[in-house]
Design a protein around this ligand. Structure first.
Ligand SMILES: *Cc1c(COP(=O)(O)O)cnc(C)c1O
Length: 382
């Protein structure tokens, strides 16, 4: 008898999502910037500690807004890791910018802050800190570097909701922070995101860019008497249907993350004995904190072993997946970006990293089943 499939991830409903959607439909408008959008924005501002949150239809959109706010033009450089999702780089390439990839740290898999300064040139405008798996980048060091060189610090906090660094929420520390509510993230609404505008000097322009380049927000606040086109911009807003779904998830956000952290802790304790025998590596965050339990990964010894383990888990009806193909190795990365220095850690880890199932409705029993299947793989291959 085969056991039921354990997927890698799964969308979920936690509370009043459908009720709030019905409420939104019965109100006078389901376009963006309505009641639920504002409730979500207020929640984010209060719980993450940012002066301004703007909901977007994706984290990709929030990154595109960040690239406009950073005034990226042709040939301007943006320092970032190569081990990230395409949108981190694409948002700047769309403005004519050049992503400059540096290597990552082997413990957090985040950009190595000690390599940033050597990558700075007269064309550098910004640094993008991607918090992989919700683990914080070295924010104090990055802030210091950006301040000394006059660079904008942008956080790609797509995976990092409610994770913290030294008591401050990720996404709310740099000048700008970008969040994702895509269905693969911790808090979801299908497709969705938010831009946190932490630098007050950027708030006014962010609102204009968000509203298709118009001064619509200032007009409705009665600050100007004409509603007109004042800057570049686009339609970056989600509809109220997405915002209504999202608000129900935000209300339960702490509970969702607490469960994910518990699953993460279970994986860690069940897999530690095998890791101690040198079978694979485990996440090594400074202080070993699970943060928001976004991703649980193993570092296999070789790429071949990873392929064999994925196949073995597949036979046990368990879906485990690898992650990014480093962007500097991708066709578009080679066309539009460049590297600063060698990227040995990125290149090695990308071929060995394996993500295990982790989702909101997963049970401790399912974590145990995944770990038993992993144990049986290493017993058989001994
Ligand atoms: C998911 C993700 C994105 C893109 O988020 P969308 O909301 O799907 O646009 C960007 N960066 C990172 C690091 C991500 O994990």
């Amino acid at each position: 008898m085969t056991l039921p499939r354990i997927p890698f991830g799964k969308p979920f409903i936690v509370g009043k999502e459908l009720f709030y959607i019905a409420q939104a439909v019965m109100s006078s408008s389901i376009a963006g910037d309505g009641v639920y959008s504002r409730k979500c924005q207020q929640w984010l501002e209060e719980h993450l500690g940012s002066p301004k949150a703007l909901l977007t239809h994706s984290c990709t959109a929030a990154l595109e807004m960040a690239a406009i706010l950073a005034d990226i033009g042709s040939g301007d450089e943006v320092i970032m890791p190569s081990f990230t999702f395409v949108s981190t780089a694409n948002a700047f390439v769309l403005r004519g910018g050049v992503p400059v990839f540096i290597d990552i740290r082997p413990d957090t898999l985040n950009l190595d802050e000690t390599l940033v300064e050597a990558a700075i040139t007269p064309r550098t405008k910004a640094v993008v800190a991607v918090h992989y798996a919700g683990q914080p980048c070295a924010m104090e060091a990055l802030k210091d570097i950006c301040q000394r060189h006059g660079l904008l610090l942008i956080e790609d906090a797509a995976q990092a909701i409610l994770a913290q660094s030294e008591g401050r929420s990720l996404g709310a520390i740099g000048d700008l922070g970008c969040l994702s509510f895509h269905e693969t993230k911790n808090i979801i609404c299908g497709e969705g995101g938010a831009l946190l505008v932490n630098n007050p000097a950027l708030i006014e322009r962010a609102e204009v860019i968000w509203q298709k380049g118009t001064n619509r927000k200032a007009f409705f606040r009665g600050e100007v008497d004409k509603y007109t086109w004042v800057d570049i911009g686009s339609s970056f807003l989600p509809s109220e249907l997405s915002a209504a779904f999202l608000f129900a998830q935000l209300e339960q956000a702490k509970r969702i993350n607490a469960h994910r952290r518990a699953l993460y802790g279970k994986y860690l304790s069940l897999l530690e004995p095998l890791a101690e025998q040198g079978m694979f590596g485990l996440p090594l965050s400074p202080g070993n904190r699970p943060e928001n339990g976004h991703i649980f990964y193993l570092l296999c010894r070789t790429a071949e072993q990873r392929t064999a383990l994925i196949a073995h888990l597949q036979q046990h009806n368990i879906a485990a997946v690898f992650h990014y193909v480093p962007l500097h190795d991708s066709p578009a990365g080679q066309r539009f970006a460049r590297t600063a220095g060698a990227l040995p850690v990125t290149e090695s880890l990308a071929t060995r990293l394996l993500r295990l199932p982790l989702y909101s409705e997963m049970t401790m029993e399912q974590v145990r089943r995944v770990c038993l299947a992993i144990q049986s793989f290493y017993q058989a291959s001994r």
